[in-house]
Ligand binder design. Structure first.
Ligand SMILES: NC(=O)c1ccc[n+]([C@@H]2O[C@H](COP(=O)([O-])OP(=O)(O)OC[C@H]3O[C@@H](n4cnc5c(N)ncnc54)[C@H](OP(=O)(O)O)[C@@H]3O)[C@@H](O)[C@H]2O)c1
Length: 306
């Protein structure tokens, strides 16, 4: 059996860490290169500790051809998680060209719900447009690839300070009564790992295609609040409205730019449930919000450590 060498860009982030942790315990023991700006940083070292004989944090800088060449040497399969850089299209173009030169046989890219060309109706915002351009860069390089287009991550409750502060009594989410099919981003890692470790004949039906990926249910903010309250065993209240969200961001001294995405969510943009890729590959549904909340209970629990 040939051992695969995987490269994952954005490998120390939320999706990347979950992906590396799955492959670090995979019985086929593939080599996993974790692209990072700093292989000696704690996040990279922690991932290496998952399996020091197969997980290799690797310096990666799209502006340094030497670093790209070294990172891609011998790579057979690629998982593209793009950082928010000013020119995401150019970033993808450079990565796709390096993958083509290295002879990568299969690529999975994390895109976004609603990725679409300029001139679409409605016209795409910056993020869906940038990801569509990234998808196009991969297609244009002639790489065999699958695009996963995920909806908003449940992990916003861990990473967006203006939405929620650890163990707070309230969360600020300007989505009104709209339902949102929040996704646990660890499910993207699971889908990508299943695709990238599959034999060519098993992944063939997914090649050259793009798939939306959401959580298993679309939920209102009030429903999220109920579940968070059950996990925390005290009431966690939903605060609605863009003004309240922005005021909370100002009080915390953090940006409120994500309000644009929550505004789209309020308009019903993220309400459809679509799990076909995931259920076909993994034989189960994506992670329910209640399970995410249970796993992150320390974030929502009482200050006394309930
Ligand atoms: N958040 C959502 O709701 C959502 C929804 C749909 C799609 N997405 C997409 O998911 C992707 C993000 O995935 P994620 O949340 O797992 O990522 P993440 O946790 O935000 O970070 C990924 C990694 O990217 C690297 N990075 C950060 N800034 C960088 C920069 N300026 N230049 C180079 N590398 C940089 C960092 O690695 P090092 O520090 O080790 O270099 C970081 O660990 C994005 O493409 C986003 O559009 C997000």
């Amino acid at each position: 059996m040939t051992t695969n060498t995987f490269l994952v860009t954005g490998g120390t982030g939320k999706i990347g860490s979950a992906f590396v942790s799955l492959l670090a315990t995979d019985p086929s023991a593939p080599i996993v290169r974790v692209a990072t700006r700093d292989p000696s940083a704690p996040g990279a070292r922690l991932l290496r500790a998952l399996n020091p004989s197969t997980v290799v944090p690797t310096a990666f800088d799209v502006d340094k051809p030497d670093s790209l060449e070294a990172a891609f040497e011998g790579v057979t399969r690629l998982f593209v998680i793009a950082p928010f850089v000013p020119d995401m299209a150019a970033w993808h173009g450079t990565v796709a060209e390096a993958a083509r030169s290295a002879g990568v046989s299969y690529t999975v890219k994390v895109s976004v719900t609603g990725a679409r060309a300029p001139g679409g109706d409605p016209a795409p915002g910056r993020i869906p447009l940038s990801h569509w351009q990234g998808e196009q860069a991969i297609r244009s390089a002639g790489l065999a690839a699958t695009m996963i287009r995920p909806t908003i991550f449940m992990q916003h409750f861990l990473t967006v300070p203006a939405l929620y502060q650890p163990r707070a009594e309230r969360f600020f989410l300007p989505t009104g009564d709209a339902k949102v099919a929040w996704l646990d981003c660890r499910d993207i890692a699971a889908a990508a790992a299943a695709l990238l470790t599959a034999a060519p004949e098993k992944r063939a039906p997914f090649e050259g295609k793009d798939f939306e990926l959401t959580g298993p249910q679309a939920l209102t903010a009030a429903e999220l609040g109920e579940m968070l309250s059950w996990v925390a065993r005290r009431t966690i209240t939903h605060v609605d409205g863009v003004e309240a969200f922005s005021a909370n961001a100002r009080a915390l001294g953090v940006p409120d730019t994500v309000k644009g995405i929550y505004g789209e969510a309020a308009g019903g943009w993220f309400s459809a449930v679509e799990n076909t890729l995931f259920t076909t590959l993994l034989g189960r549904t994506t992670t329910p919000f209640a399970r995410f909340a249970l796993d992150a209970a320390a974030q929502f629990g009482s200050a006394g450590g309930d």
